[in-house]
Design a protein around this ligand. Structure first.
Ligand SMILES: Cc1cc2nc3c(=O)[nH]c(=O)nc-3n(C[C@H](O)[C@H](O)[C@H](O)COP(=O)(O)O)c2cc1C
Length: 455
């Protein structure tokens, strides 16, 4: 289905995306444990008519130089996404709620159940950001010495998602008769066991949650490697990316649509949303002063430490921050993010110093960052959207709640005025607001009845 206006997600890190955000008076300083802060953010994003809220996740604290890390609250102490989304669901009515769960350190039955339950609880507003975890530290919390290899974790993800999809079809949409007269609560022919036996999982099923209002949660993915793109082409309905160049973004969107067609999917059935970090001011100078002020609060040791997630195998501590990273340190492949390492290598080859790279990374965590007025930001978004480079954006406010308020009050009206964004929600489900089709139950589609007399 085609959608006429852009899709917008609001990505919340507790105090904001900038590493120094928590030191700014516009940030909620105890955000990671402050439920009222998150409920206010959810209401605020819904006031702005965002398609969805997005919460990232990792199953470990960051490892590394503890002195440097002690300046940085992100990923150290914060709410678990599915429980937080459940709380947000009850104070909102229209906005979608997308939470991250890894396929590497979970079991598909449990994740399928949690997301199906959340879909009911939110009345059809849930999305699952499927990650394979590039953070190597997670493995050590799950009885492993090291993380699965990149290829293995995508193979596991593939089977995981196939099992989850199967479980979400356990009950056909009209399986529940709830007939007081006949005394029959559900139609046994419309309940299906999965009986999956694969390389990684054995799952009998069925699921003990009815099919959700959306059929399946909206599936979201962000891997940019070859394996990640292949996976997205088979399953994703939203793809988060980190493009900073319009031509590359257009090429990526085109490539993903072609890949969908090759997988037998409708190329329109995907929304490609690059991250966008808006640093807003009432003048361009004010926005730049805000950014420079934040950057000045980052000690060098923390700047180098912030690169660890993309270079976990490299020790940068002895490096001169005002020189490019020595190339021999980047010679080896990584078992973390392949695309992250490639981008870093390309920037180093272009002569960028470590300080320049980490400052950019800190500003926007590898995403595009636009510093200026609301109208300037809207110009950028309009250009990328009208040029067919994106279906919308994942907005990553540098400071929360300040940056979200500035976006909702400044940029949203500007986009609405230009006819680029909705004036109000068309529906109460995430799928319908994104113009994504509801998956048909596989057994209903094939006309398969369950005739096994035993469950
Ligand atoms: C906007 C965005 C959000 C992401 N959120 C998470 C997350 O919450 N947890 C996680 O483990 N990885 C997250 N990732 C990382 C991706 O899932 C993926 O591991 C990374 O892009 C590397 O993919 P690749 O190994 O296919 O290159 C995110 C990536 C992007 C661009």
């Amino acid at each position: 289905m085609t959608q006429r206006h852009m899709a917008l997600g609001a990505f919340f890190h507790p105090t904001g995306h900038h590493l120094a955000a928590w030191r700014h008076p516009g940030a909620q300083i105890d955000a990671g444990t402050n439920i009222d802060h998150y409920l206010d953010l959810a209401r605020q994003a819904e006031r702005g008519k965002f398609d969805f809220i997005f919460l990232a996740d990792a199953l470990a604290c960051r490892h590394g130089n503890l002195d440097a890390l002690s300046h940085w609250p992100q990923y150290m102490a914060y709410f678990e996404p599915t429980t937080l989304l459940a709380a947000m669901a009850v104070v909102t009515r229209h906005i979608g709620l997308v939470g991250t769960a890894t396929t590497s350190f979970n079991q598909p039955w449990d994740i399928a159940r949690r997301y199906a339950s959340l879909d009911h609880l939110s009345k059809g507003r849930i999305g699952w950001n499927i990650v394979t975890s590039s953070n190597q530290a997670e493995a050590q919390n799950f009885s492993l010495d090291r993380h699965f290899d990149h290829a293995d974790r995508y193979r596991r993800a593939e089977e995981f998602v196939q099992v989850a999809k199967g479980l979400w079809d356990s009950w056909e949409d009209d399986a529940f008769l709830r007939a007081r007269d006949s005394g029959r609560y559900f139609d046994p022919e419309k309940l299906h066991r999965l009986d999956h036996e694969g390389e990684h999982f054995r799952v009998r099923g069925p699921l003990n949650v009815a099919r959700g209002p959306q059929g399946h949660p909206v599936l979201v993915q962000a891997g940019s490697s070859e394996a990640g793109r292949g996976f997205a082409a088979r399953h994703a309905e939203i793809v988060f990316t980190a493009q900073t160049d319009i031509d590359e973004a257009r090429a990526f969107r085109l490539e993903m649509r072609e890949r969908l067609a090759r997988e037998g999917r409708d190329p329109e059935a995907i929304r490609i949303l690059p991250g966008l970090n808006p640093v807003l001011g009432s003048t361009s100078a004010e926005a730049h002063a805000l950014r420079d002020g934040l950057a000045a609060m980052i000690p060098v040791a923390l700047g180098l430490e912030a690169l660890a997630p993309i270079l976990p195998e490299v020790d940068l501590s002895g490096c001169d921050p005002d020189q490019p990273c020595p190339l021999h340190l980047l010679a080896a492949d990584t078992n973390a993010s392949k695309s992250g390492l490639e981008t870093f290598r390309a920037q180093t080859l272009a002569g960028r110093t470590l300080r320049q790279i980490y400052t950019d990374y800190i500003n926007a965590r590898g995403q595009n960052s636009i510093c200026g007025t609301a109208a300037e930001l809207a110009d950028h978004m309009e250009h990328w959207f009208r040029e067919g480079a994106v279906d919308g954006f994942l907005i990553q406010p540098p400071i929360l709640p300040l940056g979200l308020e500035a976006f909702v009050d400044g940029v949203i009206p500007e986009l609405q005025k230009r006819g680029l964004f909705r004036a109000d929600y068309a529906s109460n489900t995430l799928r319908e607001n994104l113009s994504l089709a509801r998956p048909v139950n596989r057994y209903t589609a094939a006309g398969i009845r369950n005739l096994d007399p035993r469950l």
